[in-house]
Design a protein around this ligand. Structure first.
Ligand SMILES: [Zn+2]
Length: 261
């Protein structure tokens, strides 16, 4: 992931190897009403690697925080990162968003006969860190809240710069992937198992329904074909799982029925 990072640290001051930087780390994370287990977020965000980079003692650090793929217009995701100051001195972190997109300044009316050149970045609010400054005394544990919003379709990288009071620069690249929900993509089974017309029994078969989203989906299926009955048309498919829609099927004539894709 590191290769696809946005703006690097190269433009800033030359790197100075020092081992005397104050040590801190993300000790824990809290995810507010998470659709997934916390351990998944820990791994997606690769917190262990972030901590390892800080411990290495480089002046300039970059890290990619990957937010799990989310559905368009799903609920915002709030992650609280608990930062622990492991040094014996006060440490201050200053946070700001860094523009890393190709958007250009546009002349914008800001009042009667008043114009200013402003960016109209539609994606700028996809990730928000509420604090601009975090002050940590020795051994303090302080919360940094990161909220991801999913109001735009597509993949984005939003970068925040964290400047420490001992002159380190930490670039945090948040990767967001927002997908649109398409019910047709959820249907994995497109052909039923052939049924012998001489068998007069109905044969129950599964049509597999896949939910790749982070929220459980309630689906209602309707089918009116002759010889075709849905056993569980009211189906709740939990997040990130595959469930069977059971159909009973007995053909009355030789024919290939195709399930609409
Ligand atoms: Zn932009």
């Amino acid at each position: 992931m590191d290769e696809q990072a946005g703006e690097g640290c190269e433009q800033s001051k030359p790197q100075v190897e020092r081992t005397s930087f104050q040590l801190f780390k993300i000790e824990n994370i809290t995810v507010v009403r998470p659709p997934l287990l916390k351990v998944y977020y820990w791994e997606y965000l690769d917190v262990d690697k972030f901590n390892a980079k800080i411990a290495e003692g480089q002046q300039c650090i970059e890290h990619n925080f990957v937010i799990p793929t989310s559905q368009l217009n799903s609920k915002p995701l709030k992650i609280v990162c608990w930062l622990k100051n492991m040094s014996k001195e006060k440490l201050t972190l200053q946070l700001k968003r860094i523009k890393n997109c190709d958007c250009v300044l546009k002349q914008t009316r800001v009042g009667f006969n008043q114009f200013r050149y402003l960016y109209h970045c539609p994606h700028r609010y996809l990730v928000n860190i509420t604090q601009e400054m975090i002050v940590m005394n020795a051994d303090d544990l302080v919360a940094m809240s990161v909220i991801a919003y999913f109001y735009l379709f597509g993949t984005y990288v939003l970068t925040f710069e964290m400047k420490t009071s001992d002159s380190r620069t930490i670039l945090m690249h948040f990767h967001i992937n927002v997908v649109a929900f398409d019910p047709v993509d959820c249907i994995l089974t497109h052909e039923l198992i052939p049924v012998n017309i001489k068998d007069f029994q109905r044969v129950a078969q599964p049509i597999w329904i896949c939910n790749k989203t982070m929220q459980s989906i309630q689906v209602l299926f309707k089918g009116r074909e002759r010889g075709f009955r849905l056993i569980n048309p009211n189906l709740v498919v939990p997040l990130l799982s595959v469930w069977p829609l059971i159909v009973e099927y007995r053909p009355s004539e030789f024919e290939n029925h195709v399930i609409n894709r």
